[in-house]
Write a protein that binds this ligand. Structure first.
Ligand SMILES: *Cc1c(COP(=O)(O)O)cnc(C)c1O
Length: 366
């Protein structure tokens, strides 16, 4: 007897994630860049992490220290990296479980040194430079250089591993040849003063890949921290116009079941006020149309705007915490109760769906 399938589910294509990793690792390698695989977007699913390792990522990283601890306890033996600058309250775990961390506060770095001494262990740090996106990192170049020299010359257990930057997050600032060259200039100044090369000059995330693909990445950048392009693969073709061979954007598919089909007016009936989340929506009157309700909702995927139906003739109308409402009037298919509707996803959806306990996770290998 085949096992009964529980919906809603996400189908995670292991081979496609492996192919995405391998393709990007190869492209970057040709330009002297290694890849840190970022696993937070899929809730650090071990099967997926394994593909990133097999595909050639040099480091495995997450913003959540719990994910790195779990992987280490389960035998992952790849250098790991904490990519959210650490909290004072997690430094004990940091030193015990993490090899490399991104940092931007001297007080934290001193605390790491103290903890390292206690545990008699070394810890590597990558110092972050803010090139204008206004998330983590030193805005002031001199301040950053001074901190690097302090680590190099005064600290015993904390090792200066390199410098890095983060872009396209808070401030939506694009990585460019010019802003990344600034990072490289600072790296050169530090190397001159410490009389050795830095191990890592980390030039950003998925959004820096277009510069690599267009051959416009400054030569000195030798590392990128990549999550989305490997795990989901939508942003490069959708936002950046790079549709590569051997890259897949259907790595994770959401499948949900139809629980109601009815013809209904397109405008709500009665006095409109606020919806389940306090919003005041508006509706276009398109007459009576055939709609279906699916058993999946905002608690699972958070935003329905970025779900992409795989079948034609389906339009997403809206969602509540546990229902997704679609228009199927223009579909050629005669849908019935129990039918399954499939969606391609963007990063945000995958981030939430993989972390949601109500979603069945199915791995396929084809
Ligand atoms: C999440 C994150 C990344 C990975 O970003 P993607 O867009 O998924 O490639 C890289 N660096 C830092 C610091 C991050 O927080």
């Amino acid at each position: 007897m085949p096992q009964k399938i529980k919906y809603p589910l996400i189908e995670i294509n292991i081979n496609k994630i492996y192919e995405n990793t391998k393709t990007l690792v190869n492209i970057c390698e040709k330009q002297g860049i290694n890849i840190t695989g970022v696993i937070k977007g899929v809730n650090a699913q071990p099967t997926i992490v394994e593909q990133m390792v097999k595909g050639g990522c040099k480091y495995i990283s997450s913003s959540r220290i719990e994910q790195l601890i779990d992987l280490k306890n389960n035998g992952l033996n790849k250098a790991n990296m904490l990519i959210r600058i650490p909290m004072l309250t997690e430094i004990e775990d940091l030193v015990q479980y993490v090899d490399i961390s991104l940092n931007s506060e001297i007080e934290i770095i001193n605390k790491i040194e103290e903890e390292c001494k206690k545990q008699n262990k070394e810890h590597k740090v990558v110092i972050m430079m803010d090139l204008g996106d206004l998330r983590e990192g030193f805005i002031d170049e001199k301040e950053l250089i001074d901190v690097c020299l302090y680590i190099e010359n005064k600290l015993k257990y904390v090792k200066l591993y390199g410098i890095g930057t983060n872009l396209s997050c808070y401030g939506s600032i694009k990585p460019t040849y010019d802003n990344l060259s600034k990072l490289c200039d600072v790296a050169c100044k530090i190397e001159d003063k410490i009389h050795r090369e830095l191990d890592i000059i980390s030039g950003g995330a998925t959004t820096t890949l277009p510069l690599v693909l267009e051959g416009r990445i400054p030569k000195k950048i030798n590392n990128l921290r990549v999550g989305e392009a490997i795990l989901v693969g939508q942003d490069l073709p959708y936002y950046w116009g790079h549709d590569l061979d051997n890259m897949y954007s259907d790595t994770v598919i959401l499948k949900a079941e139809i629980i109601e089909i009815k013809n209904k007016p397109s405008q709500p009936i009665g006095e409109m006020y606020v919806d389940a989340f306090g919003n005041k929506p508006s509706f276009e009157d398109r007459g009576t149309r055939k709609r279906a309700i699916l058993g999946v909702g905002k608690q699972d995927f958070v935003s329905h705007d970025s779900l992409i139906p795989l079948a034609s003739g389906i339009e997403i109308l809206g969602s509540s915490s546990d229902h997704l409402i679609i228009d199927i009037e223009d579909s050629d298919k005669e849908y019935k109760l129990g039918d399954i509707i499939c969606f391609k996803l963007f990063y945000g959806n995958v981030l939430y769906l993989t972390a949601c306990d109500y979603i069945n996770k199915v791995f396929i290998y084809e």
